[in-house]
Design a binder for this molecule. Structure first.
Ligand SMILES: Nc1ncnc2c1ncn2[C@@H]1O[C@H](COP(=O)(O)OP(=O)(O)OP(=O)(O)O)[C@@H](O)[C@H]1O
Ligand SMILES: [Mg+2]
Length: 197
């Protein structure tokens, strides 16, 4: 079984894209956020940040049990998606993928999800700093991380790129040898002041 990890800042399209890939590849999908909520895998609630503090240890135990069950059921491809996918142990990651999105477009997508102004700003800054990518880099996976800029792609196209990579190893180099740097891009566009005081 191959395990695909899809990470990225909220709003980059992880869930939408994963649902399509799951169908296309006849795979199984785990949405960590949903799993945490339905199994109460939290430690506490951070009222200031309006977010739950996740219980990483119990989440990993849970994921390992699901991975074993998928192996037993002869599932070929398992997709695990979440903005905290980096908590998955290295040995369980075959394809590490991070979805990226230009801050201007990310604001639009998060608005569609009715996030508060504070939450949108927090997430957009996280995306500008490339936090999800950096967490995966810090894991020293010993394999290239696939980074896809979804800004000008529709959900179907992103799903197709990933499906082709997994099925045919198509275009992998194209998506592993770039480094998306929104800080640099916003600097060039003279927009940094819009996002940082
Ligand atoms: N490539 C895309 N082009 C246009 N809109 C998109 C794209 N990807 C996602 N969206 C839209 O952005 C919103 C966020 O998508 P989605 O919920 O899949 O993101 P997510 O990464 O799973 O976020 P979260 O981490 O909050 O679960 C949705 O309204 C979705 O329709
Ligand atoms: Mg999601």
């Amino acid at each position: 079984m191959k395990i695909v990890i899809i990470s990225g800042t909220p709003g980059t399209g992880k869930t939408s894209v994963s649902k399509i890939i799951t169908k296309k590849l006849n795979a199984k999908m785990i949405s960590l956020n949903e799993m945490v909520l339905s199994n109460n895998l939290t430690l506490s609630y951070d009222h200031k940040r309006e977010t739950a503090v996740i219980d990483t240890e119990r989440i990993i135990e849970h994921v390992k049990r699901l991975v074993n069950a998928c192996s037993r059921d002869n599932i070929n491809i398992l997709i695990i998606e979440s903005h905290f996918s980096d908590i998955i142990p290295n040995e369980l990651i075959d394809y590490p993928i991070v979805l990226r999105c230009h801050p201007d477009e990310l604001i639009k997508r998060l608005n569609k999800k009715h996030y508060t102004y504070e939450k949108i700003f927090e997430n957009v800054q996280t995306e500008i700093l490339g936090s999800c990518m950096n967490y995966l880099i810090e894991k020293n996976l010993g394999k290239e991380i696939i980074e896809i800029d979804t800004t000008d792609l529709n959900i179907e196209s992103v799903a197709e790129i990933i499906t082709d990579m997994i099925k045919y190893n198509k275009n992998i180099e194209q998506f592993t040898q770039q480094r998306i740097d929104w800080l640099e891009k916003l600097f060039q566009e003279d927009k940094l002041h819009e996002y940082f005081d």
